[in-house]
Design a protein around this ligand. Structure first.
Ligand code: ADP
Length: 351
């Protein structure tokens, strides 16, 4: 109330001053004409009143205009914004004319609505990620808890005790692999600068990564065929790319049935290098194929215990970072071919 009175007094002073100045000018102007002094003296207060009246009228009209064309929209935007600030990312600010209108308030509303949509997406990703991580952590932990309880029994034979202890070690290995992958993915998603780009021999790296799976493929009796162009040099982050090859080889070996064949090819083509990993595994249906690069997605549940659904998400992130491309061709029951193309690396030949 005090504020309003203060505002009114301020306005009244302003109107009076304006009216006074205008009246004086008007009187001066009239004075220059042929009016006698009495007429001027009578006209002055009337003019003063008229100017005051006109000023108040214009002020009221301007206030109404401002309320209708500005404050109404600001209030609408403020209400929507407050909902978003309170965490309701599904809230949208209604448009005055339309989403694509050139009205300034609609342009601001559109920006805020797009931001809310983006935030909703990020929030879903975050909650999904947290619930997936909790689930993946809980499973091996509860298995370990059960095994630990069983190990406490006095009636266990030495064989059973050994078996339970082995299972606990296996679950610990899984947990550790999961945590390592989560940390790697987190680092790759937050890191913006990759300074470790050096020239190195890609062919050698692929051979080394492949050899690391020798035990696994020998145990399954798989045949490994290769067509590796010698000494292809690329300028990239070797550690990052080794994540790609390790995950692709690991999947090819994991999904190929005993006695099957895995084929790896590396070829240099003009300014790009192409790596192909082909297996004779279970294949990937189009529905599953559209999700395989998502975090924690596991299409083939029969192999779920051997992974955590983060491998291809990591692969995709690395490929995006190095500015390459990855594609997959697959036929159910026949096998899959993953093709990685690295475009931006400085490619050369060691020969
Ligand atoms: P994980 O192998 O740990 O389950 P990945 O992210 O590496 O997770 O793979 C995600 C899913 O993609 C797998 O669960 C599987 O359904 C599918 N997939 C990946 N590679 C192959 C492959 N070579 N053959 C068949 N399916 C595959």
């Amino acid at each position: 109330m005090k504020l309003i009175v203060h505002k009114i007094i301020k306005l009244m002073i302003m109107f009076t001053l304006i009216a006074f100045v205008v009246t004086c000018n008007f009187v001066l102007f009239l004075n220059f004409g042929h009016m006698d002094p009495d007429e001027i003296r009578n006209a002055a207060p009337v003019t003063f009143q008229n100017v005051i009246f006109m000023a108040i009228l214009f002020f009221v009209l301007d206030e109404i205009r401002r309320k209708w064309t500005v404050e109404r929209h600001i209030k609408r935007i403020q209400e929507g914004l407050q909902k978003i600030i309170n965490g309701d990312f599904s809230a949208r600010i209604p448009y005055f004319v339309g989403e694509n209108s050139l009205n300034e308030f609609d342009i601001i509303s559109k920006g805020i609505n797009e931001m809310a949509q983006e935030l909703a997406g990020v929030e879903t990703l975050r909650t999904d990620f947290v619930s997936n991580v909790s689930h993946e952590l809980k499973t091996p932990l509860s298995v370990m808890q059960n095994l630990g309880t069983m190990l406490q029994s006095r009636e266990l034979s030495e064989e059973q005790r050994l078996e339970y202890a082995k299972s606990i070690t296996e679950q610990t290995r899984k947990l550790s692999a999961l945590i390592t992958n989560i940390l790697k993915l987190n680092r790759l998603e937050n890191q913006q600068i990759y300074s470790d780009r050096k020239e190195y021999n890609l062919t050698e790296q692929i051979c080394e990564c492949l050899l690391a799976f020798e035990n696994a493929w020998e145990q399954k009796g798989l045949e490994i065929e290769t067509d590796l162009e010698e000494d292809i040099l690329i300028t990239e982050d070797a550690e990052l790319l080794s994540l790609v090859w390790n995950n692709l080889f690991s999947n090819a070996v994991k999904f190929t049935e005993a006695g099957g064949t895995v084929f790896v090819q590396v070829k240099k083509e003009q300014d790009e290098v192409r790596v192909l990993v082909k297996d004779e595994g279970c294949g990937i249906s189009p529905e599953i194929g559209s999700h395989i690069f998502e975090k924690f997605y596991q299409g083939d549940t029969s192999h779920a215990t051997q992974g955590n659904g983060l491998g291809l998400a990591l692969v995709k992130r690395v490929i995006d970072i190095v500015g390459g491309d990855i594609s997959v061709q697959s036929a159910l029951g026949k096998g899959s071919t993953f093709t990685v193309t690295i475009k931006n690396g400085k490619i050369g030949s060691g020969l």
